[in-house]
Design a protein around this ligand. Structure first.
Ligand SMILES: Nc1ncnc2c1ncn2[C@@H]1O[C@H](COP(=O)(O)OP(=O)(O)OP(=O)(O)O)[C@@H](O)[C@H]1O
Length: 247
């Protein structure tokens, strides 16, 4: 379990958010939503201590990650896979090597094991035959899939998705959403998805954290959103294409 306790973050004298607290249960898929600039990415970066807060804690299995030694933190970070917005692929190496990169960097697996694991990851994202392709040959949707294959290659416990459907057409977005669900189910993974895309929220999330007004404005089960009396949340939802059905 990840427990976020009373987290406050500012940059200089600009407060991003304060006193944010919520829990992410093992195996759960949670969407972090909010308008641009409300600090979704900043929050995501606190979960594996890529950023440190002004105050507060992030507890993973009961231990605050901001108090870990370098070696302990390295181990914790290996438990996270991250799908970055643009895929964050290295364009100087081919697709296979992009996916193999974490294995070469963090493990001492043999060439045979690496080959097996990369093909298994490519299979999982439904991209069996692109290993030898240069990343420049990949479409936007394929780049996300390759990024996802790389994110799962170390068999992480937690998968962080930063705007996984941004820049994709509706059909490709739907395919990525399906993959998020497949990953959660077949790898028994905890997924944290940052998104503006309400279709994505409705399809993949069980729980929703809504950042607004420099705080965690709403937190709860997806199905309870429509009964919320949080005006900002309702505005955010109706401003997207998703229309709430009246009760
Ligand atoms: N390293 C940094 N140094 C200074 N300010 C930062 C840094 N990272 C983020 N910020 C600021 O913190 C605020 C929140 O940024 P963040 O990227 O988390 O927003 P977001 O909700 O993810 O936005 P978007 O939906 O547009 O990606 C913004 O005002 C941003 O400029």
């Amino acid at each position: 379990m990840i427990e976020i306790k009373n987290l406050t973050k500012s940059f200089g004298d600009m407060l991003v958010w304060e006193d944010v607290s919520f829990k992410i249960e093992d195996g759960e898929t949670i969407a972090v939503i909010g308008r641009s600039g409300t600090g979704k990415s900043v929050l995501l970066k606190h979960l594996n201590a890529l950023l440190y807060p002004d105050s507060g804690e992030v507890l993973i299995d009961g231990k605050c990650i901001f108090e870990l030694s370098y070696t302990e933190l390295r181990k914790v970070r290996q438990r996270f896979g991250i799908l970055f917005q643009g895929g964050a692929l290295f364009d100087s190496i081919n697709t296979f090597e992009n996916i193999a990169f974490p294995l070469r960097y963090f493990t001492d697996q043999s060439e045979e094991e690496i080959e097996h694991n990369v093909h298994e990851a490519l299979d999982m994202v439904n991209l069996e035959s692109v290993g030898s392709k240069s990343t420049a040959e990949l479409s936007g949707g394929m780049r996300k899939r390759v990024g996802l294959a790389r994110a799962i290659i170390l068999k992480p416990d937690y998968l962080l998705y930063d705007e996984p459907t941004s820049g994709l057409d509706p059909k490709t977005s739907g395919e990525i959403n399906e993959l998020i669900i497949t990953m959660a189910d077949s790898l028994d993974i905890t997924s944290i998805v940052i998104t503006h895309d309400m279709h994505s929220v409705l399809e993949v999330a069980e729980t929703v954290a809504f950042l607004d007004d420099q705080k965690l404005s709403w937190f709860g089960k997806k199905d309870d959103m429509q009964n919320s009396d949080n005006k900002q949340l309702l505005d955010f939802i109706t401003a997207s294409e998703y229309q709430i059905k009246p009760n």
